[in-house]
Design a protein around this ligand. Structure first.
Ligand SMILES: NC(=O)C1=CN([C@@H]2O[C@H](COP(=O)(O)OP(=O)(O)OC[C@H]3O[C@@H](n4cnc5c(N)ncnc54)[C@H](O)[C@@H]3O)[C@@H](O)[C@H]2O)C=CC1
Ligand SMILES: CC/C=C\C[C@H](O)/C=C/C=C\C=C\C=C\C(=O)[C@@H](O)C/C=C\CCC(=O)O
Length: 304
């Protein structure tokens, strides 16, 4: 069934170009009204004029708003509500390249996402409904993909976005569920947009070095619709070329439980090293699997 896009109002940040423009277009095609924001006014106005020609002036507007500024967030939301109606979908997409420095990366891509999210909970929560889609990155799941130290700032921001998204369904008593708002994240591999071209003018360098092609904007756009269709709270989707969309498992949480179990079993067995590492955790995981397998086989035999 999925989340209904038709007839709803969306805000897309950083929508003048790249992924944000594609998300705006796809949401309009599915029958939503969209207010897209950006700090790039020149490109934003051009995109607004193109999209209004295709989808109608009453369905899409551009608002100049900086995601790092609280007042801009409030006036963006007010303008969207006044011109298009109550907002039900927020796409936190605005972003910059790693080379602009770790503090700007964190301000725009982590604090900016936080500002949007908590305002959305406040506004959309009043109607007990709404969806937040955070555009993270593969750099939100793993680190060390490139040789550039600056990418660590980008990675800091994107890991934070995943932490925020994963918090939605997990916290108990669920503080987010009382608002009726769900969140999910998209984690694309390198994609051909201006952000990446400003970082690496020759994209074939990435393709040669990683032996993987870069994604197109259309491939990433399609994943937004799939995420809304699946509507799974807290899901983080890995988008990688030529494989299906991956609902990336919450590894930290699963491994946390297994690691503690490993420590506990070792302690009970009278073995207490200073530190245990992943080979021990993995060995205990395999041991538990074998034990569960035999318990299951015995129970099945007894019932039969
Ligand atoms: N291109 C890539 O390889 C990947 C990009 N991403 C993420 O996707 C998102 C969109 O990036 P792209 O479309 O690639 O880049 P892009 O450069 O084409 O678009 C980003 C837009 O965000 C706007 N923006 C920057 N700072 C802003 C601010 N303070 N307030 C409002 N708008 C602001 C820019 O003006 C620009 O229009 C970013 O969050 C980026 O980190 C994730 C994975 C891969
Ligand atoms: C961080 C990687 C994951 C996805 C893309 C991400 O969302 C956007 C990243 C923005 C900027 C990254 C710039 C990195 C540039 C470099 O490190 C290049 O100089 C190196 C080129 C190829 C990468 C593989 C390698 O370092 O060997």
């Amino acid at each position: 069934m999925g989340y209904q896009i038709q007839g709803n109002v969306a805000i897309v940040t950083g929508g003048s170009q790249g992924f944000g423009k594609e998300f705006t277009k796809l949401l309009l095609k599915k029958g939503a009204k969209v207010a897209f924001s950006d700090i790039n006014v020149e490109v934003g106005r051009q995109t607004e004029s193109d999209l209004q020609k295709e989808f109608g002036k009453e369905n899409v507007i551009f608002v100049r708003a900086d995601v790092t500024n609280d007042e801009d967030w409030t006036s963006l939301w007010d303008e969207a509500e006044m011109k298009l109606g109550a907002v039900a979908i927020l796409v936190n997409n605005a972003g910059i390249g790693a080379s602009l420095g770790w503090e700007r990366n964190v301000d725009i891509m982590l604090k900016g996402v936080g500002k949007g999210t908590f305002l959305a909970l406040d506004r959309m929560g009043k109607n007990m409904s709404g969806r937040i889609i955070n555009i993270a990155s593969i750099a939100g799941i793993a680190s060390g993909f490139t040789s550039k130290i600056e990418v660590s700032g980008y990675t800091m921001a994107k890991h934070g976005v995943i932490g925020l998204t994963r918090s939605f369904p997990r916290a108990r008593p669920a503080p987010f569920s009382k608002y009726g708002v769900k969140a999910y994240a998209l984690c694309p591999w390198f994609a051909d947009t201006q952000l990446l071209r400003e970082e690496i003018s020759d994209l074939s360098k990435i393709e040669r070095s990683t032996k993987t092609r870069v994604l197109t904007v259309e491939e990433v756009g399609k994943s937004l619709l799939t995420a809304l269709e699946k509507d799974k709270d807290g899901a983080c989707y890995l988008i990688f070329p030529d494989v299906p969309l991956i609902d990336f498992p919450n590894c930290n949480e699963n491994l946390f439980a297994l690691s503690v179990a490993a420590g506990w079993i070792l302690k009970k067995a009278g073995y207490e090293p200073d530190v245990i590492g992943w080979p021990v955790v993995l060995a205990v995981g395999a041991l538990l699997l074998i034990i569960f397998y035999y318990i299951f086989a015995i129970l099945k035999f007894m019932v039969w």
